[in-house]
Ligand binder design. Structure first.
Ligand code: HEM
Length: 341
């Protein structure tokens, strides 16, 4: 409660930047006068948009719109925006062009992370570097997208496109995690071997994603009928993929058991349980799509599930450690530098 009129101000009289009633001002301040919370909010927004674009990218594939814009960076040989083309259906063009436009949204969120990280006081070198990984990674992905189109959806380039997005999501997640902790040395909250198990699990999940993109790029959803496929037996690669999924589920059970018997912090146990939950759901989707001859809608759900499994695995790893708030390497923010000058 605010103090009576004329009395000295109390803590309730203090207005925080987030208290501004104008949502546009609050939005602007979340970038230009960031708090730890708003920076983490932007990092989480980056996780979400990068996860989203993995699903819309799969949408391009399953609607056979991969060459909806047959050239890159222009949509057609003479135009940056969709125009009538004798060999491309307007729907395929709209889907592919729409996905290209989403790059700008992902880039905008990445740039907001960079500005917020730079404006944070004190400015933290690690956080700024992690934030920069986003625009750099998004531009790299846009260029790689050009390679995907110019190689007529070569399966290797399509697969790497998804895996690069997984790397970008890892960078966003690390920004989210690091922004919320200090720069002191890592302090394990679980036994060293359990942390190792967490890292092995993360590596196994990545191997599972790799196996998954091999199945996809052997299977029917190439993105266009002219696209080539990996010359592999679809049943065999799908079986290997499912086998790796069993290994991942087994490792997750092992980790949950280890966390339980060592009475590890609740956050770590909950993160492992959430990972197990999305893995099991993903397994159900995986088998269903396999037995229904990979219908497009289930492929989209499976891609969403894959990205969620990856994020949940990253969360498990970051939940197994903490860092104290002691600052290690800081450089002055613009506000601080101006105050000193
Ligand atoms: C935790 C469990 C799983 C994860 C994280 C996972 C991940 C993935 C990923 C990343 C892809 C490639 C997506 C793309 O590039 O578009 C994929 C494709 C695929 N997965 Fe899984 N998967 C899991 C379990 C399973 C299971 C148990 C099956 C059952 C056989 C399965 C069947 C498939 C099939 C058939 C495809 C190809 C779909 C297509 O043609 O586009 N998955 N998976």
């Amino acid at each position: 409660m605010a103090g009576p009129a004329g009395a000295p101000p109390t803590i309730d009289d203090v207005k925080l930047p987030t208290d501004n009633p104008n949502p546009f001002v609050r939005f602007w301040q979340s970038v230009w006068a960031p708090t730890t919370r708003s920076l983490r909010g932007w990092a989480m927004a980056s996780v979400v948009v990068n996860a989203g674009i993995t699903v819309t990218g799969a949408g391009v594939r399953v609607t056979a719109s991969g060459l909806g814009c047959p050239t890159w960076p222009k949509c057609t040989p003479d135009s940056f925006i969709p125009v009538a083309h004798p060999e491309v259906s307007p729907l395929n063009m709209a889907v592919e062009f729409g996905n290209r436009l989403l790059t700008f949204l992902v880039l905008a969120v990445g740039l907001a992370c960079v500005v917020a990280a730079l404006r944070m006081a004190p400015r933290r070198v690690t956080v700024v570097r992690l934030a920069w990984l986003q625009p750099v990674g998004i531009v790299a992905q846009a260029l790689w997208g050009g390679l995907v189109v110019n190689t007529m959806l070569n399966p290797f380039t399509v697969g790497v496109h998804y895996l690069l997005s997984s790397g970008l999501i890892a960078a966003c997640w690390m920004l989210y995690a690091r922004a919320g902790e200090g720069d002191g040395p890592v302090r394990a909250v679980a036994h060293r071997d359990i942390r190792r198990l967490g890292h092995v699990l993360l590596a196994a999940v990545f191997a599972l994603l790799v196996a998954g993109v091999v199945v996809t790029n052997t299977g029917p959803h190439s993105g266009d009928e002219v696209a080539s496929r990996f010359d592999l037996d679809i049943e065999s690669v799908a079986r290997v993929h499912a086998d790796v999924a069993y290994v991942v589920v087994g490792l997750t059970f092992a980790l949950m058991f280890a966390l339980h018997v060592t009475n590890a912090p609740r956050a770590a146990r909950r993160a492992a349980l959430a990972l197990l939950g999305v893995e099991l759901l993903q397994g159900v989707i995986g088998y269903t799509q396999w037995f229904l001859a990979v219908p497009a809608a289930l492929v989209l759900l499976h891609v969403l599930g894959s990205t969620l499994v990856w994020i949940a695995a990253l969360r498990v790893v970051t939940s197994l450690r903490e860092r104290d708030t002691q600052p290690a390497s800081v450089s002055p923010s613009p506000t601080e530098a101006a105050a000193v000058a």
